[in-house]
Design a protein around this ligand. Sequence first.
Ligand SMILES: NC(=O)C1=CN([C@@H]2O[C@H](COP(=O)(O)OP(=O)(O)OC[C@H]3O[C@@H](n4cnc5c(N)ncnc54)[C@H](OP(=O)(O)O)[C@@H]3O)[C@@H](O)[C@H]2O)C=CC1
Ligand SMILES: O=C(O)[C@H](O)COP(=O)(O)O
Length: 481
Amino acid sequence: MTIQHEDKRFGFLFNNEWKQSESGRTIEIYSPDDEQMVGQVQAMTQNEVNEAIASVKEAQAHWENKNVHERVNLLHRWADELEKRADEIGETIQHEVGKAFSSARGEVIRTAELIRHTAEDGLRVNGELMQGDGFPGGDKEQLAMIKKVPHGVVLAISPFNYPVNLAAAKIAPALIAGNGVVFKPATQGAVSGMQMVEALVNAGLPEGVLNVVTGRGSEIGDFVVQHPTIDLISFTGGTETGQRISEKATMAGVILELGGKDPAIVLSDGDLDKAAKEIVGGAFSYSGQRCTAIKRVLVMEDVADQLVEKVQEKVEALKVGKASENAQITPMINDGAADYVEELIADAKDKGAKVVTTGERQGNLLHPTLLDNVTTDMRIAWEEQFGPVLPIIRISNPLEAIELENENEYGLQGSIFTKNIDDAMMLANKLEVGTVQINGKTSRGPDHYPFLGVKNSGQGVQGIGRSISSMLRDKVIVMNM
Ligand SMILES: NC(=O)C1=CN([C@@H]2O[C@H](COP(=O)(O)OP(=O)(O)OC[C@H]3O[C@@H](n4cnc5c(N)ncnc54)[C@H](OP(=O)(O)O)[C@@H]3O)[C@@H](O)[C@H]2O)C=CC1
Ligand SMILES: O=C(O)[C@H](O)COP(=O)(O)O
């Protein structure tokens, strides 16, 4: 059975078969890059979603009972398959989400590496043993074996921007830990996601251990999230969607990677050339459509003019165009997203921000925009733009940055540029974020580092080792000798 039927119609995966929905409805996916149709995915019915979940539940028990070596071998074969198909899947990512080919192919290779690392870490998971006499009334002869066991059925929901990597970053740890997986890809990104799953099937995935559910999140999302058979939800996406999932999921555990408004704080003694390079790379790669993108700059007034000049030069050198032309600034994921960014720019202009550089909009292609003299009454100072615009806020002392950050609803990452290690550590300790980067741009990778957001940026910790731990729970067996 093939993944793709006629008219670019893609099936959904049910027990290793690519099936068409009994709904008779499909969702057409168009490229943000050239507006051509990338494919059609199935709008599944509730009945089909039910069957998909039930079947994962049944298969999971066998999967959990396999030796971990068998699960490790599957993951290595999956990584091999992805590497073999890196060009093909990279092309799909490029077309489907409008990412330059080098980054799109790089995403596939990064994913293969992440899967291999997950397989290796998965081999080294062990439980522990406790003696009862560590607590009053307990006894030496009471031995607790604390085993690490899978949760059961994991629901993995991924966003559009890294349709392969952010999906596999949930699926691989879930599988290595012995869970079954129900995978709900972002609709824009589902074709890339399903090619990645096809590689897993070709690597020898046992039937039913992972099934895919497709359909708009707004239609099937609540149903799948509230399904009583789901034991754990691992979600990456917008904060609003994440909060909704958290409210709806009553008894399932929830891991959330959500939005961000990562600051780059530049102090007077910072290396401005380095800061400008990191800021532009951090803010504008994939046109700013990254949760970890630098989304506001807080710079000391006395070096602000110099920094702005250096950043401007680099922003103006960015290649703007289509993903198919390997441009750096490519069309945004859809018109709505581009409209939103324009709205934020217009609001800032109305309230007196200085437009340092910008360009004409062509459809959903926005030229990179740099805004100086941004103030706290402007929406762009606080809202997540998720696009190619960078606001610069001038500050008069380093602690002002902390005050501004205390008001930030997000807390994913933050960068600090200074040569003074004491100042760097003082600010790093005060910033309410998951990760602080000193003299470097904000970034999720390397993928084995813990990755987390605080405040409205998330719940739980990801990163290979932590992700595997989150996919396991304790099972305690007490031997009363
Ligand atoms: N912290 C992090 O690690 C990361 C965070 N993000 C954040 O993600 C956002 C952009 O991604 P985007 O894809 O637009 O995010 P969305 O929140 O719109 O969608 C994410 C996923 O949730 C699904 N979904 C939508 N509604 C529901 C629902 N009611 N119940 C269950 N699932 C639902 C979507 O399906 P469908 O596509 O069918 O609507 C998609 O699969 C940004 O805010 C960004 O910051 C992105 C990457 C990393
Ligand atoms: O969604 C995102 O923004 C990714 O997690 C970014 O990963 P990176 O910061 O390592 O590029």
